[in-house]
Design a protein around this ligand. Structure first.
Ligand SMILES: Cc1cc2nc3c(=O)[nH]c(=O)nc-3n(C[C@H](O)[C@H](O)[C@H](O)COP(=O)(O)OP(=O)(O)OC[C@H]3O[C@@H](n4cnc5c(N)ncnc54)[C@H](O)[C@@H]3O)c2cc1C
Length: 549
């Protein structure tokens, strides 16, 4: 089996090189020439024919060598395809010749040459993983582990694979000296310090994304065929199919690609992954696949409104900008409900969580945690957390764990010695000083049990992300988007329906040319596979709508 280093830094065969030649041009390179530098965007991909190229990074203040590429090797990592800014530098240290391909040409290669594409994509993914493991510091986030904003920023960085160093005010002796160096009081934290010393106090995700070169620069004057709002499984599937079928598609997400699935510790029932796949891995693979087909995914971009202007659809953002398009896919999913307990929000991100990823699990390592809910998400979280926590208490309202949880999960939970099920019970209070330290569970006997829990994981149903559609689309009582035959007949009497002179298609909403897929859609099955299926399917409806315009 190939080692991580062999996967990250493979040599190209003579056939691979001659295939790549057709997409780029051969150029001589002198010693000392910078092929690209940290912060560059849309930098080229280079295949070394002769000579040597050093890759180095300066995140720790001093240059650190990552690798030296020799003849037959190539530069680049995941940011080549995403259009994000480079994290490392590439300098010619021994003169020679290289083949240079633009980022667009590389995307074409990845789309047209599947075998070579697999080698490149695997190398790119592994390079990023090795870079992070090697001590690459990236931006620095300084804050308290109990501060919800600090949790939000770290979650944003994790989910977007932005390397960072976390300096915890609670335990890290470095924290105070760094804050003193910058003259920042602890009350101004969390702060983010960028690679060039840029300082952001309590920043929004958008500000962090802009600083780190994550935010794509978009041509707002273009009229897109298709705008996808939400880059969860439904949105990413739509982006993949739309881009591969030649539509001009643009995808926006307020946080990160992957959606809820990206926060799942392990998805075990998605077809094709017999041993399961982590949400983070599924998300990054799906993002790469979409980008390989030329889809553009803009993160973070928070959509606040949708409106129609004649046959065009206008999607508006919280920064006051907008884009114009022919069709829109609503793929904004949903989020889990809160429990009705005083002070809950005070501890959100500081002990109260709605997802159980590695980050939350590590924070609760060796402690007691409580999982509320009896569905599959609660079940998966329980299994996962049981590996980290000393004890996992599962609180369900009913008597039967198998009522809404898959059998395989129930069976697994029943074999876990550190899991305790509290039936017909509910959490009645949470307590702590700046972070969750304990909570109380009301039992059917009338007794109240106090648990010294540092983690409360809530998985009890969901609220759709559809506020931005109110007044524009027909929603059901719970706020999910109505489509196709579920639409009330009176919603089809508008002039826009008269002008298209047809009935709504299966995923079409009350506004022609606007479709909904995945968890945000009323009546959908709330699963990765169905979101992917609906997202893919929506593209054929887009073709049908545009074809008739
Ligand atoms: C912890 C957990 C575990 C799960 N495990 C499984 C499993 O094992 N198997 C399974 O089949 N399903 C599982 N699910 C369910 C599955 O993840 C969802 O059904 C699926 O992700 C739905 O996909 P979606 O694309 O419709 O929406 P989402 O995944 O919710 O994605 C919606 C996206 O839209 C973005 N967005 C929202 N509002 C806006 C806005 N205004 N502007 C821009 N972007 C916006 C969000 O940031 C998000 O990225 C799990 C869910 C969770 C939370």
């Amino acid at each position: 089996m190939a080692t991580d280093i062999e996967i990250a830094f493979p040599s190209l065969s003579a056939n691979d090189i001659s295939a790549l030649r057709k997409f780029g041009s051969e150029i001589p390179v002198a010693e000392g020439r910078m092929l690209f530098a940290e912060g560059d965007r849309d930098f080229c991909f280079f295949v070394i024919l002769e000579g040597e190229v050093e890759i180095y990074e300066t995140s720790r203040g001093q240059p650190h060598r990552v690798v030296i590429h020799g003849a037959g090797e190539f530069t680049g990592d995941v940011d080549m395809l995403s259009g994000r800014a480079a994290l490392v530098n590439a300098k010619v240290v021994k003169p020679g010749r290289v083949i240079s391909l633009s980022a667009d040409a590389l995307r074409q290669v990845v789309g047209e040459l599947p075998e070579l594409s697999e080698k490149l994509l695997k190398a790119f993914l592994m390079r990023r993983a090795l870079l992070v493991k090697s001590g690459f510091e990236g931006m620095r986030i300084i804050g308290s582990r109990f501060n919800p904003d600090a949790h939000r920023i770290r979650d944003f960085a994790n989910r977007n694979a932005i390397p960072y160093t976390w300096i915890d005010l609670e335990v890290d002796p470095q924290a105070e000296s760094v804050l003193r160096e910058f003259g920042i009081p602890a009350s101004d934290t969390p702060v983010v310090i960028g690679p060039e010393g840029q300082l952001l106090k309590k920043p929004s995700n958008a500000a962090v994304g802009e600083m780190i070169g994550l935010t794509a620069h978009l041509d707002r004057s273009e009229i897109y065929d298709f705008v996808v709002v939400g880059a969860g499984p439904a949105g990413l599937a739509a982006a993949v199919y739309a881009a591969s079928e030649g539509l001009r598609v643009q995808t926006f997400d307020s946080v990160a690609g992957g959606g809820q699935a990206g926060t799942s510790s392990r998805i075990e029932n998605y077809l094709g992954f017999p041993t399961g796949i982590s949400g983070a891995e599924l998300a990054i693979n799906a993002m790469l696949q979409a980008q390989k087909f030329g889809a553009h995914i803009t993160v973070p971009a928070n959509v606040t409104r949708l409106r129609a202007e004649g046959g065009d659809r206008i999607v508006e953002f919280d920064d006051g900008t907008s884009v114009r398009c022919r069709c829109v896919l609503v793929a904004t999913g949903m989020e889990y409900r809160r429990i009705d307990v005083d002070r809950l929000q005070e501890f959100e991100g500081a002990g109260v969580y709605y997802a159980a990823t590695e980050m939350e699990a590590r924070l609760c390592g060796g402690e007691e945690v409580v999982v509320v809910g009896g569905g599959n998400s609660a079940g998966q979280a329980t299994v996962y957390l049981s590996k980290y926590a000393r004890k996992v208490h599962v609180v369900i309202r009913g008597t039967d764990l198998g009522k809404s949880m898959s059998r395989y999960l129930v069976e697994r939970i029943e074999t876990l010695p550190n899991v305790i099920i509290h039936r017909e019970s509910h959490v009645v209070s949470v307590d702590g000083d700046r972070r969750l330290q304990s909570l109380q569970i009301a039992k059917p006997s009338g007794e109240t049990l106090t648990v010294a829990a540092t983690g409360l994981f809530i998985f009890i149903g969901a609220v759709p992300h559809t506020d931005w559609l109110k007044g524009c689309l027909q929603l059901d009582k719970k706020g999910f988007v109505l489509t196709g035959q579920s639409l009330p007949p009176e919603s089809l009497q508008s002039s826009s329906w008269k002008s298209v002179a047809r009935a709504p298609m299966f995923l079409e909403t009350s506004l022609p040319g606007v479709f909904a897929a995945g968890d945000a859609r009323s009546g959908s099955v709330k699963r990765v596979a169905s979101a992917v299926g609906e997202g893919s399917m929506s593209v054929s409806f887009v073709h049908a709508h545009i074809g008739k315009l």
